[in-house]
Design a protein around this ligand. Structure first.
Ligand SMILES: Nc1nc2c(c(=O)[nH]1)N[C@H]1C(S)=C(S)[C@@H](COP(=O)(O)O)O[C@H]1N2
Ligand SMILES: [Mo]
Length: 506
């Protein structure tokens, strides 16, 4: 059986090829840029072209040289598609076979690229299969004996043209989205942020050296993450701007380089989430560098009757921070650009976030921050305030037992209790432990670089007898306040109560 000669099979071939390549480009947006066939084949061409030809192309087309290469490849693919269509007309499975060969060449190109993995085959394989399926469907329905469901010449042309346009649109969308998605992580890797003008001195002994206690400095990948973002914003530093406005004498607008050209301050600060329960893990300590917010506010000149700064993120989250927490010379509130020595991870606010010692994250730690509006608590409110959380959120003093683990069995004679306590920005003066309702005993404290971080503690109790024991912990801050044992849930302004652990001594 041959297909009717009246139909423009070259168009069907172009459509099948456009569908195959376009779908593959779209899928590569999901699976990663290495699997994009046009990029891979383009890379092979660029690698193969001799230097003088490359130089001539750049001289001729300038920065449009890549666009020209893409257009040339698109024209080449259309020619190949016309050939595939012609082959399908004359000798039915031949076009499908040629499309398969084209797909195989695409795959070979993908696997010559650096960093390719088996998953990068998916876009080309699925795209080629879709193109082949289209050819098969068209071949069946264009056959004269296919009956009522059959295609006449007009239907054949319409369907082919529609699929060709669909393929081209998918490819364009995939390349556009893929280039944006790949460019920004690459820019983050290459970002050079000046060294801080003022460094934090971290003394030895911040870690008390007990296995099982959270490290004093939390690695970024283990740092708790809380936000309302369904998709993590990916902001191009070149596009980032911060506007400072509202009740100020002078509005300010800064780009990323305007910000990092200022002297950067390095500070270790422990962040905590208001949703953290007593003994919970929505708390972490990192070293941040950034520009003190008070310096920018001083330039803007807040009005005397302002008492709040509403910070807004790129994705619309807002936090209302007391103005005095940002202008207080004794509290280094930062517009932070690094976390533990690296540009902020995307999840933690790249390229710029707020870090305010002593306030829960929901009223201060805006990630992906783009706007600071000086205002008043009686005029504006942050995202969580109308949702049942207090407008002001100072962090409540807390402490937890990390060792022994819950219901652990420990060897007698060497019982060690250890954990972490925090009371930023006042600072921890003492941590006390009571076992089985006995006297409160002072634990040994780890070193800290300031009062804005948590502090490790350890208490050795070799005297504990075999059997089950329950320990409770409480902190005392440098103002003399003792952590309350009164229990409160996280809402509306932070949990209270004492953490306890039950364990067995063998
Ligand atoms: N843009 C934005 N920033 C935000 C939030 C958010 O939902 N969106 N959540 C806040 C809350 S509730 C907390 S506890 C901290 C958590 O910061 P982290 O995810 O870096 O640990 O970010 C704050 N900043
Ligand atoms: Mo939070």
């Amino acid at each position: 059986m041959t297909t009717p000669a009246r139909d423009p099979w070259w168009l069907a071939g172009v459509a099948a090829t456009a569908l195959a390549v376009g779908l593959a480009e779209l899928l590569a947006w999901v699976t990663g840029p290495v699997g994009a066939p046009l990029t891979a084949v383009g890379g092979v061409i660029v690698d193969a072209v001799p230097a003088p030809v490359k130089d001539a192309a750049i001289a001729l087309f300038g920065t449009a040289d890549k666009l020209v290469l893409l257009l040339v490849m698109a024209l080449g693919l259309m020619a190949a598609g016309a050939g595939i269509g012609a082959a399908q007309r004359g000798n039915r499975p031949m076009g499908t076979v040629l499309l398969g060969v084209l797909g195989l060449l695409g795959l070979l190109a993908v696997f010559t690229r650096a960093g390719s993995s088996p998953a990068d085959a998916v876009p080309v394989v699925v795209g080629t299969a879709a193109g082949a399926l289209f050819l098969r469907v068209l071949t069946r329905r264009a056959a004269p004996q296919s009956g009522p469901g059959g295609l006449d010449r007009r239907g054949f042309v319409r369907l082919s043209a529609a699929v060709a346009v669909l393929g081209a649109a998918a490819g364009t969308a995939g390349r556009w989205a893929g280039s944006a998605a790949a460019r920004i992580p690459a820019a983050r890797e290459l970002l050079r942020i000046p060294a801080p003008a003022v460094r934090e001195t971290i003394p030895p002994g911040t870690d008390v050296g007990v296995a099982g206690v959270e490290p004093w400095l939390t690695p970024a990948e283990d740092f708790y993450r809380i936000d309302t973002a369904l998709a993590v914003p990916r902001i191009d530093v070149a596009d980032w701007r911060l506007r400072i406005h509202g009740m100020v004498d002078r509005e300010l607008s800064l780009g990323f380089e305007d910000l990092t050209a200022r002297p950067l301050l390095e500070r270790a600060v422990t962040l905590a989430c208001v949703s953290n329960t007593v003994g919970g893990d929505l708390v972490g300590n990192a070293v941040w560098t950034g520009v003190p917010v008070r310096e920018l506010l001083a330039e803007a000149g807040p009005h005397a009757d302002a008492d709040m700064v509403l910070s807004t993120s790129e994705d619309g989250f807002t936090a209302g921070t007391p103005l005095e927490a940002l202008t207080d010379p004794g509290r280094d509130s930062l517009l932070a650009v690094t976390m533990n020595g690296e540009p902020l991870p995307f999840e933690h606010g790249y390229p710029v976030r707020m870090v305010v010692p002593g306030l829960y994250g929901y009223v201060s730690a805006t990630k992906w921050v783009v706007d600071l509006e000086v205002t008043r608590f009686d005029l504006d409110e942050g995202y969580w305030t109308p949702r049942g959380w207090s407008a002001r959120g100072p962090i409540k003093m807390s402490s937890r037992i990390e060792v022994p683990r819950a219901r652990a069995t420990v060897d007698g004679g060497g019982t060690v209790l250890a954990g972490t306590a925090w009371a930023q920005p006042v600072g921890i003066a003492a941590v006390q432990v009571s076992v089985d309702g006995g006297d409160w005993q002072d634990a040994e404290l780890g070193a800290v670089s300031s009062d804005d971080t948590w502090r490790q503690w350890v208490l050795r109790r070799p005297d504990l007898q075999a059997g089950e024991h329950t320990a409770r912990v409480r902190a005392v801050d440098k103002g003399g306040a003792v952590q309350t044992e009164e229990e409160a849930p996280p809402a509306p302004d932070g949990a209270t109560g004492l953490h306890e652990r039950t364990f067995t001594v063998r």
